[in-house]
Design a binder for this molecule. Sequence first.
Ligand SMILES: [Zn+2]
Ligand SMILES: [Zn+2]
Length: 170
Amino acid sequence: MIIDISSVLTGEKLSQDVDYKIEKEDAAVLSENLFGAAVTSPVTVSGNIKNNGGCVTLTAAASFDYEGECARCLDPVKGSFSLELTRTVAAAGTLTGDEEDYIIAEEGKIDIDGEICEELLLSFPSKLLCDEDCPGLCPKCGKPKKEGKCGCPEKEIDPRLKILAQLLEK
Ligand SMILES: [Zn+2]
Ligand SMILES: [Zn+2]
């Protein structure tokens, strides 16, 4: 969304709230790259832009709901992911150095949707887990270990050791 922050940039206002939603369609870059998880809500953006003696700073929390599956046991995983970001805002043409770390306001307006989606993407876990300690699936029968013992032997003897043992017996 394009936000007009000209009165904060000029210092006429010292702060301005930023509260809006990025609809799922506009956050496509996010949903297409979430390692198989799906975005199930709009991205909520909530924060403010402050002018502190000429230094303009954006602080915002962004969050969205997702659905995916546990990387270890394949159970469905649902959750909400959020992060906070802080950026310095500068009017176009006022910077002499590198513009990369800044949000540049063109004619007093900024569009931070791309910035927010990119940041969420970079921080989203590449592997979802139903639980930090999810024990995963039994490698023999495929039963989720958290559902209890499946009866498979806990430890398999390494087949190479078995051969060695047989050789030693002879
Ligand atoms: Zn799991
Ligand atoms: Zn098993």
